[in-house]
Design a protein around this ligand. Structure first.
Ligand code: ATP
Length: 272
């Protein structure tokens, strides 16, 4: 079970007014968000919307212009977080000339995780039958699962996963989402990016991004209710088309002077 510092009801990740440029181009424009502990949070948005940049900032590998990011109560990227936060990039990070088990044994040693953890994580990502295979002989999806297994070594409290289900068949995708929820039930916090809107329904909560800004921060039912849609893709399009003025932030932010709150907007977490 993950050692869970924050506990239910607290925020594992807090981002405030985050501005990031990449190659002199502004990518994130003053993002503020909270990621609650012990939940699976979906970070959704089209390609290029800034999901990876936000994740890189949260794990402390991105130079930021301004703003603050706190993870488990500590500044993002600070040394004590190194073993408490795991990051899986879109490219599988494995050694092709080592077997699956050898890869994980190596990473376990680097992380100082117990060697028994290797078989545990192999089991969790259902790679048992491939444990003795060279990573270089695996499919892209299988290599991705080796990377995910490496991230689970040492039972990190926060998992930041960049498009972990891309290219997987539907059965494997469902298996991974159920693994994510099992990890959350054990106390971990998962921030999972995807550009497939259909995956939204598998998340406890959504962060919808576009052009480096947050369009919504809410549960799936909350986003649907706030937009008057019954499909998350339609909801996303509605947020783009109608913008955010019709929607109120979580906790009932005040409407502009002289304007009544729109019907169905109470309690929604659509970003201000
Ligand atoms: N190394 C880089 N140098 C310059 N610009 C970059 C770099 N990496 C990303 N960008 C730009 O930053 C913006 C956000 O990219 P980012 O990778 O964060 O988006 P994303 O939502 O994760 O996209 P995808 O779903 O395709 O991974 C894009 O316009 C992209 O072109």
């Amino acid at each position: 079970m993950a050692k869970h510092a924050g506990g239910p009801g607290t925020d594992a990740i807090v981002v405030r007014d985050l501005h990031v440029r990449r190659a002199h181009v502004k990518v994130l424009h003053g993002l503020s968000l909270d990621v609650p502990s012990g939940r699976v949070i979906g970070l959704l948005g089209p390609s290029g919307s800034g999901k990876t940049t936000l994740m890189r900032s949260i794990v402390g590998v991105q130079v930021v212009d301004s703003g603050t990011i706190t993870v488990l109560g500590l500044p993002a990227g600070s040394a004590p977080l190194r073993r408490r936060v795991a990051y899986v990039t879109q490219q599988a990070s494995v050694y092709d000339d080592l077997t699956v088990r050898q890869n994980l044994a190596y990473f376990a040693r680097v992380l100082g995780a117990p060697s028994a953890d290797v078989d545990r994580v192999i089991g969790r990502v259902h790679l048992g039958e491939y444990a003795g295979r060279l990573a270089g002989s695996l499919s892209g999806g299988q290599r991705g699962r080796v990377s995910l297994a490496a991230a689970l070594l040492g039972q990190p409290e926060v998992l930041v996963l960049d498009e972990p289900t891309v290219g997987l068949d539907p059965v494997l995708r469902v298996e991974l989402w159920s693994l994510f929820h099992a990890l959350a039930a054990e106390g971990a916090t998962l921030l999972v990016s995807s550009h497939v809107m259909d995956e939204a329904k598998r998340c406890d909560r959504l962060l919808l991004m576009r052009n480096g800004e947050l369009l919504a921060d809410d549960t799936v039912p909350g986003v649907l209710e706030a937009t008057g849609t019954d499909d998350i893709e339609d909801a996303f399009l509605s947020l783009i088309e109608h913008g955010r003025p019709d929607l109120r932030p979580l906790g009932g932010g005040a409407p502009p002077p002289g304007e009544a709150p729109p019907a169905g907007s109470a309690g929604t977490g659509v970003a201000p």
